[in-house]
Write a protein that binds this ligand. Structure first.
Ligand SMILES: C[S@@+](CC[C@H](N)C(=O)[O-])C[C@H]1O[C@@H](n2cnc3c(N)ncnc32)[C@H](O)[C@@H]1O
Length: 635
């Protein structure tokens, strides 16, 4: 509260620290950073710095002759043995600086630094990414967590889905995912976000293309292992060398290369020394880059030959150093196959299943939530139905169109078994009476509950029954009328679970009626089926009629062409209306999308499908607010 905060904290829980999966991520040693002040020598594209070639303890001590001079490390020792020091010298990694020698360490020997717990680069992400959710988490943060703690094929769980950042990132990086939210709006946003995105295709290690890429990167022959395309084998990642003094000191190939070139370089030095009239043969470090003025013209070609061979030798040694050195995988940099476009893999969205939830106390006795003596101190202040009624009074009941909103002029308790309040509203100038039924705080309203409540409302002379519930079982959808009594099913917003924190402002879609979808089943000549959605039924409080609204209130609709009565599996998906969530995908895919195929997705009539093996199909219709209704058909 006193000092402004510059950072957020991320808590990392693990069952056991020693078993925690951890993939070290790296960042490049950036230009313009403090490294510029260190790597000041060499060329701009291959800078180096001079570092110590001595060790603190004088364990390896010997006279080392370099470029004709003798060096001794005392009171310290050398970092490596005599032979190795010679090798490091042959690799051109030693430099003489006044009275001592130093080791040449190139920036590219290890152009990265391990990431630590200070992430200064993730903050900006929130500004550059477009937000679809008020509390949307920055993608980079989630990405880093997933890349650091999981491998491709691992399962990521986010129980507070929101706009689905975790699921989107997991989908992008080939992780499996499960995400949960209490809010249908959040889930609808997440669903659209995941489906609408285009993801890169990364080369799988367990694929032929991957084997070829791996061979190219490691300069080896491609593996001939049979491939299965198993994502659990990971991707082919970029890697960077980690060249150390030790990796050079132990690379015996350097000597072989050096000897080979010496067969060419030694005679050239001999010739040069002779033609330029030296008393003794010039050493390698004594050969000038350009012909000194007092050397004969004929030495020019010899000098050029010498340097060509000398540079070629260096290149070969450097290649060997890079190939023999250890390297680090960059787990955040898999190679993409740019010829392939990827969209989300299949996933399902499941809502509360049609099972009644029974409240039991510590003795496993059923609790009757409405019985007076079960209301404890905590609940005494306000019971659940009471709180719902208060909100209902202020908020009214919304429908797809504003003008169809039901506003109560009065809402008073009613002593029924199921009908708990009497709501008055105006139909034109006439006052009408609505019986109010409130579903359980946790659980689903059954069709049978609605039938009983409607009967009670009819007997008590109400004009309409308005049910308010968090969830309705699938078969409740079809129940829209009992005799003269229309049954309106309002879906309560999950925010009502947190009633204490909810300001009773009458704003927000707390009670929304999403009517029964008007659906036709079409049987083709060959016996296959097609589904057509005509719209959604809307109750007109102005007239008391129920009319079909047309398909424009529908955002998308799905068919499970073989519904098992447990979970809804999206086997067909269609997108309607102006805000169709598929349009962003359509735009990103542009040239690559088959226009005809697209048209079949943007339709109120399904493609034909076979009769269900299990005897039922289910149709789920979702509006732009994320409300959904499901209708089951027995075929
Ligand atoms: C801060 S948001 C998550 C934001 C998300 N990381 C994103 O990037 O969009 C928290 C979410 O948790 C949901 N939520 C709150 N209580 C929950 C509960 N008990 N179970 C599941 N989800 C819950 C809220 O509906 C909200 O969408």
């Amino acid at each position: 509260m006193v000092l402004p905060s510059t950072a957020d904290f991320l808590l990392w829980y693990a069952k056991s620290a020693s078993h925690t999966k951890f993939r070290q991520l790296y960042k490049p040693k950036e230009e313009g950073s403090s490294y510029d002040a260190v790597y000041t020598r060499g060329t701009a594209d291959n800078p180096f710095t001079l570092s110590d070639i001595t060790a603190q303890k004088p364990t390896t001590v010997f006279d080392f002759v370099f470029e004709g001079k003798t060096f001794n490390p005392l009171p310290r020792g050398w970092r490596t043995t005599k032979d190795s020091m010679d090798r490091v010298g042959r690799a051109d990694r030693i430099e003489r600086v006044s009275g001592s020698i130093r080791y040449r360490q190139f920036l590219n020997d290890y152009p990265i630094i391990p990431r630590n717990n200070f992430w200064a680069d993730t903050g900006t992400g929130s500004f550059t990414e477009s937000k679809v959710y008020v509390v949307q988490t920055a993608q980079k943060v989630i990405e880093r967590c997933i890349l650091m703690a999981t491998d491709p094929g691992d399962l990521v769980l986010d129980p507070t889905c929101g706009s689905g950042t975790t699921a989107t990132v997991a989908e992008q990086w080939g992780r499996r995912w499960i995400t949960i939210d209490t809010s249908r709006v959040a889930l609808a946003l997440a669903r659209a976000r995941i489906m609408g995105a285009r993801y890169p295709f990364y080369l799988l290690a367990d694929s032929r293309d991957g084997q070829i890429k791996e061979a190219e990167v490691t300069r080896t022959a491609p593996s001939s292992q049979p491939v299965q395309g198993n994502i659990r084998h990971g991707f082919v990642y970029e890697r960077v060398p980690h060249i150390t003094l030790k990796s050079i000191a132990t690379n015996a190939e350097i000597d072989v290369i050096w000897e080979q070139w010496e067969a060419r370089l030694a005679p050239l030095r001999g010739q040069l020394s002779e033609v330029s009239g030296q008393k003794k043969t010039l050493e390698e470090w004594e050969i000038p880059r350009e012909r000194p003025k007092d050397w004969p013209l004929t030495t020019e070609a010899l000098i050029s030959d010498f340097w060509q061979a000398r540079i070629a030798r260096q290149q070969e040694i450097d290649k060997s150093i890079a190939a023999k050195a250890e390297f680090e995988h960059l787990y955040d940099k898999p190679y993409p196959d740019n010829k392939k476009v990827r969209v989300a893999g299949p996933f399902t969205v499941e809502s509360l299943s049609p099972h009644r939830v029974l409240g039991v106390d510590e003795d496993d006795e059923l609790i009757d939530l409405t019985a007076k003596d079960t209301i404890g101190e905590y609940e005494a202040k306000q019971s659940f139905p009471q709180m719902i009624l208060e909100n209902l009074k202020t908020a009214g009941v919304q429908q797809a169109h504003k003008e169809d909103r039901i506003t109560f002029t009065a809402l008073t308790p009613w002593p029924g078994d199921l009908v708990c309040a009497d709501g008055r509203y105006l139909e034109g100038d006439t006052e009408k009476r609505a019986g109010i039924f409130i579903g359980p705080e946790f659980g689903t309203v059954q069709r049978a509950d609605l039938v009983s409540a409607a009967r009670e409302a009819g007997d008590a002379g109400f004009d309409v029954l308005i049910a308010c519930a968090f969830n309705y079982e699938a078969h409740a959808t079809e129940f829209t009328k009992l005799g003269r009594i229309p049954v309106l099913k309002a879906r309560m917003n999950a925010d009502l679970h947190m009633a204490e924190d909810l300001k009773n402002t009458g704003k927000g879609n707390l009670f929304v009626i999403f009517g029964e979808p008007d659906i036709d089943l079409i049987t083709e000549k060959d016996g296959r089926l097609r589904v057509k959605v005509n719209g959604v039924d809307v109750f007109k409080p102005q007239t008391g009629e129920i009319v079909s609204s047309g398909a424009d209130g529908i955002a998308c609709w799905f068919i499970d062409t073989d519904y098992n009565e447990e979970s809804f599996f999206v086997r067909h998906a269609y997108f309607l209306g102006a805000n169709d969530p598929y349009s962003s995908l359509k735009t990103t895919l542009k040239a690559e999308i088959n226009q005809e195929a697209w048209e079949t997705l943007h339709s109120d009539t399904s493609r034909p499908f076979d009769k269900p093996k299990q005897g039922r199909i289910a149709v789920k219709v979702i509006n732009h607010l994320g409300d959904e209704v499901m209708k089951v058909f027995r075929i």
